[in-house]
Design a protein around this ligand. Structure first.
Ligand code: NI
Length: 184
């Protein structure tokens, strides 16, 4: 296993649409070791999720896991989830603003509007179909990671750049902010 180098905002691999994983790729040692390395990299850098383009691999694969994460101390736990070729369908038009960070946008936090309830259709690491509904923080992380697979970073989703902070200033001053508005 290895910890992989994370691409940062500006790298072309983060701006392109990643390739779908083809059925014959699932069983290969390279694909399985990519997933293991992505999980190890996510844990090493305390990410809530990691998408393959962030480790310079333009494939539609992401890993998600939250348990006792120092970057997200308030967040509910999310058991390890591997999403391959995910398709997201919003189940409501309601969006809510929440704070996000990204290993590819180090040092920054921003308030990003996300759908509050989504349907997720994808495959797991073995190529088996997944179909489930996600809400709350889990749905936010899935939307963030899936955006990576289509060349989008969280600042591009922001509607008000007044809510873009450096982490240190966010720690210091975010409690003074008015509560984030809910967008309907
Ligand atoms: Ni990210």
């Amino acid at each position: 296993m290895s910890i992989l180098k994370v691409a940062r905002m500006g790298h072309p691999v983060l701006k392109r649409v990643a390739d779908r994983v083809e059925p014959e790729q699932f069983g290969t040692p390279g694909f399985q070791s990519l997933i293991r390395d992505m999980i190890e990299t996510m844990e090493e850098y305390s990410g809530a999720g990691l998408a393959a383009p962030q480790v310079h691999v333009p494939l539609q694969v992401s890993v998600i896991e939250v348990k006792g994460n120092p970057r997200y101390p308030q967040a509910n736990e999310i058991p390890l989830l591997v999403l391959v070729n995910p398709v997201i369908t919003p189940l409501t038009q309601e969006k809510r603003l929440g704070w996000e960070g990204c290993l590819s946008v180090p040092g920054l936090r921003g308030a990003v509007p996300r759908f509050t309830r989504i349907q997720v259709q994808a495959q797991d690491q073995n190529g088996d179909d997944l179909d489930f509904i996600a809400e709350g923080f889990k749905s936010v992380v899935i939307q963030h990671e899936t955006d990576h697979l289509f060349g989008t970073l969280f600042p591009e989703r922001m509607e008000n750049l007044k809510y873009l902070f450096f982490e240190k200033e966010w720690d210091r001053y975010s409690e003074q902010l008015p509560q984030l508005p809910v967008i309907d």
